[in-house]
Design a protein around this ligand. Structure first.
Ligand code: PLP
Length: 447
C-alpha cells in the first residue's frame, strides 16, 4: 500500500485559488470603525502593501504565485500527503485516514506558506521592517524566516503565556534575525495600559495585534503583517488544498470528510477551499472545523461586526466572535486562542457548508500522543485538535470505510514543555468561560 504521495517540484501549483467569488451569499466588506462604511484601500495602505491589499479585495478565482515565492516554497513544498495506516490500525477502523503534512516547512507549520509571499510583497514595495504578533510562536518564526530571505527587519510581539512556555520559539526567531518581546510589553502605549491594569495577564492575540499595529502606525519604514484571518492569508494557504487534490487523485481516493483545527481559520480554509467548487457542484463532502472548548468562537460566538484586536485599531470584520476584549484561558494551543474567526471561514459556517466542533485540551494531547506513537510525528498542540476530531470521526462506526483527510498543520518539537505538563497531570480542561464571554459580548460595536 502506498504510504505517502509526493509531488515533484514541477507539479507544485503555480496559482493560488481564491474562494471569495464562490462563496454563496458572498462576504460582507470590512468596515471603517469611524464611518461604519466599507474600509478604503488607501486607509489600509498605511499598514499593508498594495500587492497584498489587491489580493485581499480580489474577486479573481486564480492568482499567479510570483516566481521568487515559488522558488522559496520549493525548500519544502510540495508537502507530502500521508496515509495514517498505523493510526487506522491502532483505532481498528475501516476508515482511511490521510493527512497533509505541513510540519515539513523550515519552521514546522503551514504559516510559512503565507509568510513568504507577505514578506515578498512588502520587499517589492520598498518596506524595510515588518511588525507582527505571534500566539504559539509558529507565525513569528515563519515571518522571521521569510523576512530573512528578503533582507527585511522583523519585530515580533509574542503573547506572554507562549513567550514563557516556548523559549525555543524565541531562539528560532533570533536565529533568523528577528527581535522578540513578550506581549503586553512596555514598548507600546496599549501594552503599558494593559500592564498597569492587569500586571499578571497571560496576554492574548488580540492584545499582541494591537501592539504590532501601534508599532507599524508609528514608523514610516514599517508595515504590519497578520498570520491568519484575512482573505490574502487564506488565499496563500490554498496551496495546501490544491496540492492535496492532486495527491488524492494519485491515491485514487476522494475525501468524504476534511478536518482542520481553527485558530483564525487559515489552515483549515487552506485545505478545504480548493474542494469547495466540487461541493457546490454536488459532490458529497463534509468540512469540519475544530476549536478549543475554552475559546469557542464558531460554536458559541456570535456572527457580528467586531474588531480584530483589543485596542480597537483594526477595521471591523464580519465574523464569528467572542468579543474583542475576551482574553481566553492560557491553554497550550496558543495558536487557537483568538476571539474571532476569519470572515471566509465564518461565511462557510454561516452557509452551513462547514460544521464546527469543540474539544478539550487534555483529550487532544491524548490523541497527539497516540498519533506520535503510531505515525512517528509529534504534533503541535493546535494540530492535536484536528487529530482528536479525526479519531472521533474514524471511530463513530468502525465498519464505515469512509475517507478522512485532515490538515497536519504543524509539528510539536518546540512544544515539548506542554507535553511534559500533560504527562505530569498538570493540564486542566477549561469549560466555556460563559460569564467572561458574556461580558465581552456586551462590548461588541453597535452597527
Ligand atoms: C501549528 C498551528 N496550527 C494551527 C494554528 C491555528 O491558526 P489557523 O487557524 O490560522 O490555521 C496555528 C496558529 O498559530 C499553528 O501554529
Amino acid at each position: 500500500m502506498t504510504k505517502k504521495i509526493i509531488l515533484r517540484d514541477d507539479e507544485m501549483p503555480t496559482q493560488w485559488y481564491n474562494v471569495v467569488p464562490d462563496i454563496p451569499g458572498g462576504l460582507k466588506p470590512p468596515l471603517d470603525p469611524e464611518t461604519k462604511q466599507p474600509m478604503s484601500a488607501e486607509k489600509l495602505s498605511a499598514v499593508f502593501p498594495m500587492g497584498l491589499l489587491e489580493q485581499e479585495m480580489s474577486s479573481e478565482r486564480f492568482i499567479t504565485i510570483p516566481e521568487e515565492v515559488q522558488e522559496i516554497y520549493k525548500i519544502w513544498r510540495p508537502s507530502p500527503l500521508v496515509r495514517a495506516t498505523s493510526l487506522e490500525k491502532a483505532l481498528g477502523t475501516k476508515a482511511k485516514i490521510y493527512f497533509k503534512n505541513e510540519g515539513v516547512s523550515p519552521v514546522g507549520s503551514h504559516k510559512a506558506n503565507t509568510a513568504v509571499p507577505q514578506a515578498y510583497y512588502n520587499m517589492k514595495e520598498g518596506v524595510k521592517r515588518i511588525a507582527t504578533e505571534t500566539g504559539a510562536g509558529q507565525w513569528g518564526s515563519a515571518l522571521s524566516f521569510a523576512t530573512s530571505k528578503f533582507g527585511l527587519e522583523c519585530k515580533v510581539y509574542m503573547v506572554r503565556v507562549s513567550y514563557d512556555q516556548k523559549p525555543y520559539r524565541k531562539s528560532m526567531m533570533h536565529t533568523f534575525g528577528a527581535e522578540v518581546v513578550a506581549s503586553p510589553s512596555m514598548e507600546t502605549k496599549i501594552g503599558r495600559q494593559i500592564l498597569a491594569e492587569y500586571p499578571d495577564t497571560p496576554g492574548s492575540l488580540g492584545i499582541a495585534i494591537s501592539e504590532a499595529l501601534e508599532d507599524a502606525f508609528s514608523r514610516d519604514d514599517t508595515k504590519y503583517s497578520l498570520g491568519s484571518v484575512l482573505n490574502h492569508v487564506i488565499l496563500h494557504q490554498s496551496i495546501i488544498g490544491l496540492e492535496a487534490k492532486k495527491q488524492m487523485e494519485i491515491a485514487g481516493d476522494y475525501p468524504d470528510v476534511i478536518i482542520g483545527c481553527c485558530g483564525g481559520g487559515s489552515n483549515i480554509a487552506g485545505l478545504v477551499n480548493p474542494f469547495i467548487p466540487d461541493y457546490l457542484n454536488g459532490k458529497k463532502i463534509r468540512f469540519v472545523g475544530v476549536e478549543p472548548a475554552s475559546c469557542p468562537s464558531l460554536t458559541m460566538g456570535k456572527l457580528a461586526y467586531d474588531f480584530g484586536d483589543v485596542a480597537q485599531s483594526t477595521p471591523l470584520l464580519y465574523m464569528y466572535t467572542l468579543g474583542h476584549d475576551f482574553i481566553p484561558p492560557g491553554i497550550h494551543a496558543g495558536g487557537l486562542r483568538y476571539h474571532g474567526m476569519s470572515p471566509i471561514v465564518s461565511a462557510l459556517v454561516r452557509e452551513n457548508i462547514m460544521e464546527a466542533v469543540k474539544v478539550h485540551q487534555i483529550e487532544c494531547f491524548e490523541a497527539g500522543v497516540l498519533f506520535a506513537k503510531t505515525e512517528g510525528i509529534i504534533p503541535a498542540p493546535e494540530t492535536c485538535h484536528a487529530i482528536r476530531a479525526t479519531i472521533i470521526e474514524a471511530t463513530k462506526d468502525l465498519n464505515d470505510p469512509k475517507t478522512i483527510l485532515f490538515n497536519f498543520s504543524g509539528h510539536g518539537l518546540i512544544d515539548m514543555g506542554s507535553y511534559d505538563k500533560y504527562f505530569s497531570g498538570d493540564l486542566q480542561n477549561y469549560d466555556y468561560p460563559a460569564e467572561q464571554i458574556a461580558k465581552s459580548m456586551a462590548n461588541l460595536p453597535k452597527i
